[in-house]
Ligand binder design. Structure first.
Ligand SMILES: *Cc1c(COP(=O)(O)O)cnc(C)c1O
Length: 230
């Protein structure tokens, strides 16, 4: 069971650290949102977080969204998909999610679009770009981004709002920060091609101050809010 008082303390501490990182970077704290990542934690944890005023939650598995949405059908939750998505999950995503931050290929865009059209819905999406060197990290190659954004214009149900990335897992701050910097620079380059991509989702519990220094508009925080995952 989640301890509500402990959760409230964690949340306040995270928001304070985010605000401090903004001020250190000369940025307005109002320009950086926190996406609480509730993956592996149950509906009771989400409910406790909602009591603190939180409404959007990041999840990396569609099955978990299904289970939690069923247990929380009496409240209005915005589920944000942040993990690798299989195309055969598009139907559930179109039905349950308010946003997908891990859009990384055209067949997924195609599947989401047809499901969304059938439901008469649309979805905010961020394109996940691979800025880390690890082979295991998913995302679109940076050099493929401009053409990909052009192709996405064919899917009016997908409202492209920005970019998302996961940095390299490294002790070397310079290397981590280079991933975040690359995402910002890609965004700036694409803006000159007429793609407005206001949102940059980057930074997690261990590296969010660096992401904020490089221009994150949203940090995805799991462990520092909900505790360790087992
Ligand atoms: C789990 C996860 C996070 C949150 O990670 P923490 O280190 O627990 O803050 C952020 N982004 C993605 C894509 C994740 O899968």
């Amino acid at each position: 069971m989640i301890d509500a008082a402990h959760l409230a303390e964690n949340w306040a501490a995270v928001r304070r650290r985010v605000d401090e990182a903004c001020l250190a970077a000369g940025r307005d704290p109002a320009d950086v949102a926190v996406l609480p990542v509730s993956k592996t934690f149950g509906p009771d944890a989400v409910r406790a977080a909602m009591a603190l005023g939180l409404r959007r939650f990041g999840e990396n598995k569609v099955q978990e969204i299904r289970d939690k949405a069923a247990a929380l059908s009496d409240v209005s939750v915005e589920w944000v998909v942040i993990g690798h998505l299989q195309t055969n999950k598009a139907k559930d995503v179109a039905r349950l999610a308010s946003e997908v931050q891990s859009l990384d290929r055209l067949d997924l865009a195609d599947a989401l679009h047809s499901r969304l059209q059938a439901l008469g819905r649309s979805l905010d999406v961020l394109v996940q770009v691979k800025t880390a060197r690890e082979e295991t990290k998913s995302g679109l190659s940076p050099e493929d981004l401009p053409a990909f954004l052009e192709r996405l214009r064919a899917y009016p149900t997908l409202r492209v709002r920005g970019l998302m990335t996961l940095a390299t897992l490294s002790e070397d701050e310079g290397e981590v920060r280079a991933c975040f910097r690359q995402l910002r620079e890609l965004r700036d380059q694409c803006a000159t091609d007429g793609h407005g991509l206001p949102r940059l989702s980057m930074g997690m519990s261990a590296d969010f101050p660096l992401a904020i220094a490089e221009g994150a508009t949203e940090v995805r925080i799991g462990t520092a809010i909900f505790g360790r995952r087992f």
